[in-house]
Design a protein around this ligand. Structure first.
Ligand code: SME
Length: 159
């Protein structure tokens, strides 16, 4: 029986550190990607108060919606489209303080105001992107990017 996540406290960096440690313990001994990502994104979503938290996986030259927490979202995103497709194409994380000023942003929900997308690499190729949205403007910064990249690196072993 899995233990529940203890809500992390402190600075944002301290909260991420505590959360990532708890996520790793939660997934310890489990090799199934879906199971581990389901718990990872649930823990992340509820601990950090995000609006939408999930993953799009590269399948047949498209991004396809994977495990997530939050409102329903668009299922497929083309290479180079939206924030997710741009992150895939440019092979880098993208911080979007205000989604309305990101050219080509795909609005799955009008409530989403800011966003961060982080690629997951396997053998130097992007295999998926982590996408996190907030219903507040300017919610994410380099600290979010840093720890989401750490999480992306850890999740890559399941691909
Ligand atoms: N806003 C994303 C689409 C995915 S949803 O936010 C969940 C984009 O522009 O790629």
């Amino acid at each position: 029986m899995a233990e529940s996540i203890i809500l992390p406290e402190g600075t944002k960096a301290e909260r991420y550190q505590s959360l990532i440690q708890q996520i790793k313990s939660l997934c310890d001994g489990e090799t199934d990607r879906i199971a581990n990502m389901a718990n990872t994104f649930s823990a992340l979503h509820y601990s950090m108060n995000f609006f939408w938290t999930g993953i799009y996986e590269v399948k047949n030259e498209e991004l396809v919606l994977g495990v997530f927490q939050g409102p329903i979202a668009c299922t497929r995103i083309a290479y180079g489209r939206g924030v997710c497709g741009t992150s895939w194409k440019e092979q880098k994380s993208i911080l979007v303080p205000d989604v309305e000023v990101f050219p080509g942003h795909i609005a799955c929900s009008s409530a989403s105001k800011s966003e961060v997308v982080v690629p997951i690499f396997k053998n130097e190729k992007v295999v998926a992107v982590i996408d996190v949205d907030s219903d507040k403007l300017n919610y994410f910064d380099e600290t979010d990017q840093y720890y989401l990249e750490e999480l992306a690196q850890w999740l890559s072993v399941f691909f």
